[in-house]
Design a protein around this ligand. Structure first.
Ligand code: MTE
Length: 337
């Protein structure tokens, strides 16, 4: 992120291409009535015999949904939406969101990531559970996804680079997994590690970064109701460029905390280091969103909304203060970088 600038990729996107939340929701209802589940979406894209195939471009996905997960999880997608987390702004079109990614394992260029992911294999997939926890071991992702109750949540997404989106994610609260794993009282932090696969992820050949990507949360943050262990978006399994097959989503934090393609979850006594430790003033341990504390190289007072390229005011904790402000001291800078 250190050398990225405010994006311009949406310069010529007319208002008419914006998908308002209502239309997205109606589309889901229509699909449900047709009996088309999430995997149906993937099927619609691939299946030339399918009478609905002609509609595929409107239905998405616009990325690379791993076919094996789409098939295995056909009964799980789309999940029921949790109305508690609705957002007033319109949902960002999947075409935009899936074409504009920070995923340094592939490229530092956001519009290139989607073109580099196709050879990356994300099935089969295991997640190792380690550290101060009773149920250590290696979990097959197909078992892991069934350890909580999947739901669809529409969240704001705010990158530290001052662009934002609104995205419908599918996952379950990380707290459900943590409870099932039974951490010891000594566990005060949770550490996450992304996959390391330099032959399939060309960005990992750049040795100036300490691969693999790793991040961490306090136990309180990990247990917070907003923290979503995420397996899908836009009603189908995650696109590869969005962190398939499993990632974290934390809507009150800058996007860099939302680690993608997780292979390890570790329960720790002490605060772990993070991938971005090299730049502690820029991308710190907490990364909570605060319009009053500027990034050393740019203002965080406002953000560019991907849908319209409109500049809108940034809100503290991205508008999620009622869920998270009790965990922090708003005047203490350490919580905001
Ligand atoms: N996770 C990994 N493994 N590698 C990354 O480069 N980038 C982060 C975060 N998680 C990143 C990552 C950043 S900076 C952001 S803004 C979000 O992923 C972007 O997620 P998106 O591409 O789905 O919008």
């Amino acid at each position: 992120m250190a050398n990225l600038r405010i994006p311009r990729a949406w310069d010529r996107i007319p208002e008419s291409q914006v998908t308002p939340e209502e239309r997205y929701l109606n589309r889901r209802d229509a699909l449900k009535q047709l009996g088309v589940a999430g995997v149906g979406l993937a099927g619609l894209i691939a299946g030339t015999n399918n009478p609905l195939a002609a509609r595929a471009p409107q239905l998405g996905p616009y990325g690379h949904v791993p076919a094996q997960w789409a098939e295995k999880w056909s009964g799980l997608f789309p999940a029921a939406r949790n109305e508690k987390y609705r957002v007033v702004r319109p949902v960002t079109q999947e075409r935009l969101f899936a074409g504009y990614n920070n995923f340094y394992e592939f490229s530092l260029k956001k519009d290139k990531v989607k073109d580099l992911v196709s050879d990356c294999r994300v099935h089969p997939w295991e997640v190792e559970i380690k550290g101060e926890v009773e149920k250590r071991g290696r979990y097959d992702l197909d078992d892991l996804i069934r350890m909580g109750e999947l739901e669809d949540r529409i969240y704001r997404h705010r990158c530290v680079e001052a662009w934002s989106a609104v995205v419908p994610w599918t996952g379950y609260p990380l707290s459900q997994l943590i409870k099932a794993l039974n951490p010891s009282p000594k566990a005060r932090f949770v550490r996450f590690v992304s996959v390391y696969r330099p032959t399939q992820m060309p960005g990992q050949l750049d040795r100036s970064y300490p691969w693999p990507y790793y991040e961490a949360l306090t136990m309180d943050e990990a247990m917070n109701e907003l923290t979503l262990l995420t397996f899908g978006l836009y009603g189908h399994p995650l696109n590869k460029q969005n962190g398939a097959p499993i990632r974290i989503v934390l809507p009150w934090k800058y996007g860099f905390k939302g680690i993608k393609s997780i292979v390890k979850i570790e329960f720790k006594k002490k605060q772990p280091r993070t991938f971005w430790d090299k730049f502690p003033r820029e991308y710190g341990f907490y990364g909570n969103i605060n319009p009053n504390f500027d990034h050393p190289r740019w203002s965080q007072a406002s953000e560019i909304f991907l849908n319209t390229r409109e500049r809108v005011s940034t809100q503290i904790y991205n508008g999620y203060g009622e869920f998270v402000s009790q965990m922090y001291d708003e005047d203490d800078r350490k919580y905001f970088y």
